[in-house]
Design a protein around this ligand. Structure first.
Ligand code: IPE
Ligand code: IPE
Ligand code: MG
Length: 247
């Protein structure tokens, strides 16, 4: 039986977050430029979105460009920005066909005008779609996001709109870029790196973490199903004992 058919539908995560890593190494192994690796990663994005859509998963958050990635060579940054524009342009039709809604988290004001314009255009065009939400993390980092949330909360306190004693975890969640999105239950990182790299630090508090050696451009539907199978084998205790869960 294929891995997909072994998945228990009722126990699928509602939100999967993915650190798409390993494009550069994938290209280097083939004697190609890093940019070739990024371009080759687009088909893995398509595969994951298709698989998630078929399984009726609600949200996929893809880490596409971190705040720290601005420090890469200009040539690579420019190529990544151009790739974003061309991919959004070519994929909008598919999003419409597959009922996918685009949303973006990150400091989008730092993006080149053309990138921002394309993203906003696609967000608006797909806003009525009711299937999978593709949430792209671009110019995103969790520390940037949390700092921003702290500023917003402080502002509300200063304006007497919020009492300090009323601040709780929900207040913080509601002031993050993911305010209307459930926390990811599963986080996948490809390419064998065992770190979070400033991704969704608050939201991943109780996510199951899945690391695989596959480099992102090689990631296929089957790899995604494998990650979901692994997720379904975990016991999510949220601080309780195993015995308590079985009651
Ligand atoms: C991930 O692949 C894509 C981005 C960070 C934009 P990398 O470019 O980090 O690839 P490696 O890790 O160098 O192989
Ligand atoms: C994380 O990958 C960011 C994205 C996948 C967009 P990096 O390749 O930038 O992370 P580090 O630098 O290896 O931690
Ligand atoms: Mg990397």
């Amino acid at each position: 039986m294929s891995v997909k058919n072994q998945l228990i539908k009722e126990r699928l995560p509602e939100h999967v977050a993915i650190i798409m890593d390993g494009n550069g190494r994938w290209a280097k192994k083939r004697g190609n430029s890093r940019v070739f690796g990024h371009r080759s990663g687009v088909k893995a994005v398509r595969a994951v979105l298709e698989a998630a859509g078929e399984l009726e998963i609600g949200y996929i958050t893809l880490y596409a460009f971190s705040t720290e990635n601005w420090k890469r060579p200009k040539l690579e940054v420019d190529a990544l920005m151009a790739l974003l524009v061309s991919t959004i342009t070519s994929e909008t039709k598919t999003f419409m066909k597959n009922n996918v809604r685009l949303s973006v988290i990150g400091c989008i004001d730092t993006l080149p005008k053309e990138v921002k314009r394309k993203l906003v255009e696609c967000i608006e065009k797909t806003s009525q779609n009711s299937g999978l939400t593709l949430n792209l993390a671009i110019s995103y980092s969790a520390r940037w996001e949390i700092t921003d949330a702290v500023k917003k909360i402080a502002e509300q306190v200063k304006n007497n709109e919020l009492d300090v004693d009323a601040i709780d975890a929900e207040t913080i969640s509601n002031n993050l870029t993911t305010a209307n999105i459930p926390d990811p239950e599963l986080m996948i990182r490809t390419s064998g790196e065992l770190r979070i790299s400033n991704f969704l630090l608050w939201q991943l508090a109780y996510a199951e973490l899945y690391f695989c050696d596959t480099l992102w451009p090689d990631f296929q539907k089957e790899d995604f199903y494998e990650a979901l199978m692994d997720f379904q084998s975990r016991e999510r205790r949220f601080g309780k004992t195993s015995e308590q869960l079985k009651k």
